[in-house]
Design a protein around this ligand. Structure first.
Ligand SMILES: C[S@@+](CC[C@H](N)C(=O)[O-])C[C@H]1O[C@@H](n2cnc3c(N)ncnc32)[C@H](O)[C@@H]1O
Length: 252
């Protein structure tokens, strides 16, 4: 079951204003390249990346468990060029095999347990073409980014077309080295705030390497940021570009 931030149509309608396309989108578009490929955007949300990929000429499937996010994706200009599927990563069951599977916008962090990570990775692996690649990112836990997710540091006022004035802030309610629970507070105009609880997992690179290996990924490239610099204790992201490869190409 997706977070209420994604499943409630009124909250989903705020997503694009809170999360505009940035360097991450440019990274994924460049990763897809200009040769038409078959691409699955898993956890596609409102479809920002999926629609751009389709515009570049790729055959794109966008999958997400939140119907409210998919409704926005379908209505987006260019949305008719994408196949939209309501499913989460572990339950997806498509005949198609994809050249690329992307999980953008830190989707990977919604998998909270080792079992959820394993189920998602194994099922995505089943959907990859033999030479296909799975690419996704997760925030680097060593920077403890959640320490900045306070009301004071995150409060934003926005005026969103079709929605009106909205004030949003985040507030962490629990954090250890792996799991962060936080609330998103939405205030529409003068109404009482709507509070949406969420949880995210912060995996280390070592944990990720082990989960990927167990799921059968043997060729893994790592980046610490969108400029493809290496992962380090101070890099904001852990970006994974993984393929099944062969045992002869063990890279970690
Ligand atoms: C932060 S949004 C990212 C959306 C989009 N990829 C982007 O870059 O804007 C996270 C998305 O993950 C979806 N999600 C939640 N649980 C999921 C799961 N188990 N499998 C796949 N997607 C999931 C949510 O519905 C939501 O649309």
């Amino acid at each position: 079951m997706a977070d209420v931030s994604y499943s409630d149509p009124r909250l989903a309608a705020v997503y694009d204003a809170l999360n505009p396309a940035g360097e991450d989108t440019a990274f994924y578009l460049e990763m897809a390249g200009h040769t038409p490929r078959t691409i699955l955007d898993m956890g596609c949300g409102t479809g920002q990346v999926a629609v751009e990929l389709a515009r570049l000429g790729h055959r794109v499937t966008g999958a997400d468990p939140a119907a409210a996010m998919l409704a926005i994706a379908r209505d987006r200009p260019g949305g008719e060029a994408v196949d939209w599927i309501e499913s989460d990563a572990a339950r997806l069951a498509q005949e198609a095999r994809f050249d690329l599977i992307f999980m953008t916008g830190h989707v990977f962090q919604v998998f909270l347990t080792d079992d959820e990570i394993s189920a998602a990775l194994r099922n995505l692996r089943r959907h990859l073409a033999p030479e296909g690649r799975l690419v996704f990112e997760t925030r680097n836990p060593s920077l403890r980014p959640w320490q900045g997710w306070t009301r004071e540091q995150t409060r934003r006022h926005m005026n969103i077309a079709g929605v009106g004035p909205v004030e949003v802030h985040y507030d962490v309610t629990f954090a250890d080295d792996q799991l962060v629970r936080y609330e998103t507070h939405f205030r529409f105009g003068e109404e009482d705030p709507v509070v949406a609880p969420s949880a995210l997992r912060f995996t280390t690179q070592d944990q990720l390497a082990s989960a990927l290996a167990q799921a059968g990924f043997r060729d893994v490239r790592w980046y610490g940021n969108w400029d493809r610099s290496p992962v380090s204790p101070t890099s904001p992201e852990i970006i994974v570009d993984a393929a099944l490869g062969s045992r002869d190409h063990l890279r970690y």
